[in-house]
Design a protein around this ligand. Structure first.
Ligand code: HEM
Length: 223
């Protein structure tokens, strides 16, 4: 039993994290011109907008919610007068809002890929796996929020902190319900797969665009 927990909740996460880091380095060196979101906007724009906007806002805010809510120990929240109960209530409602946005968004994107002939024809197996995995991970997340009602602050959250601080404690996951175990395991697998998919575009978010010096545009004068 202990061995199974060590394999699933320590060895597997580190395997996925290693693949994530080395995979991105390998992809960057070997396929720099393939490092792209492979946007299909020029093939079909109308239905992309709703799905892509909902999904991107939802998934990015979900990421920050996960990081802020679980990587920061509850004792820090206690110090600022935020009880575990209040923490869980905020996590529930904000998680529900952004999680539903991400889930509905990715379903719309999957529907678009299935029903728009021009988009369907350029969809690869890799795209299908990526979108399918995002549906599974976000769907299990929503399931946990709506039906789970499990307090993660003293088991799952310290477990994930143990992983990122290289002090893993897999047995913390013993009490955690199955649907949460499936959610985190599917998320690790997606992380390990992401360097080999279009998800590499996440690391090329055009943040410097906001800081770059303005370009002065002048009309050409005729002499
Ligand atoms: C960091 C900021 C991000 C930027 C600037 C960004 C930008 C883009 C752009 C320009 C596209 C192509 C056009 C479109 O489909 O909207 C795209 C597609 C996509 N992005 Fe992102 N993205 C970001 C983060 C993410 C994250 C965090 C995920 C998932 C974990 C993600 C998953 C996807 C997927 C699955 C598609 C393909 C959608 C489809 O065509 O079916 N993106 N992204």
């Amino acid at each position: 039993m202990d061995l199974a927990y060590t394999l699933v909740f320590t060895v597997f996460p580190y395997l996925c994290l290693t693949t994530f880091v080395l995979g991105h380095a390998y992809r960057y060196v070997t396929d720099r011109y393939g490092w792209t979101a492979r946007s299909s906007e020029f093939l079909e724009k109308k239905s992309l907008w709703a799905g892509s906007t909902l999904f991107h806002w939802g998934i990015i805010l979900t990421f920050f919610g996960h990081a802020g809510g679980m990587l920061v120990p509850q004792r820090v929240f206690d110090f600022f007068g935020i009880s575990a109960g209040a923490h869980m209530t905020v996590a529930y409602w904000s998680g529900l809002a952004v999680g539903v946005a991400a889930f509905v968004g990715i379903l719309l994107l999957a529907w678009r890929r299935l029903t728009q002939p021009r988009v369907r024809v350029v969809t690869t197996v890799n795209d299908a796996v990526t979108v399918g995995a995002l549906i599974v991970v976000s769907g299990l997340g929503i399931y946990n929020v709506v039906f789970g009602h499990y307090n993660v602050l003293y088991t799952l959250a310290p477990w994930i902190r143990g992983i990122v601080t290289f002090t893993p404690e897999p047995m913390l996951m013993r009490e955690v319900p199955l649907s949460y175990k499936l959610h985190v395991t599917a998320a690790w697998a997606l992380l390990g797969f992401s360097p080999f998919s279009r998800l590499v575009h996440i690391w090329s978010a055009p943040v410097y665009y906001l800081l770059r010096r303005p370009i002065v545009m002048r009309r050409l004068t005729q002499f």
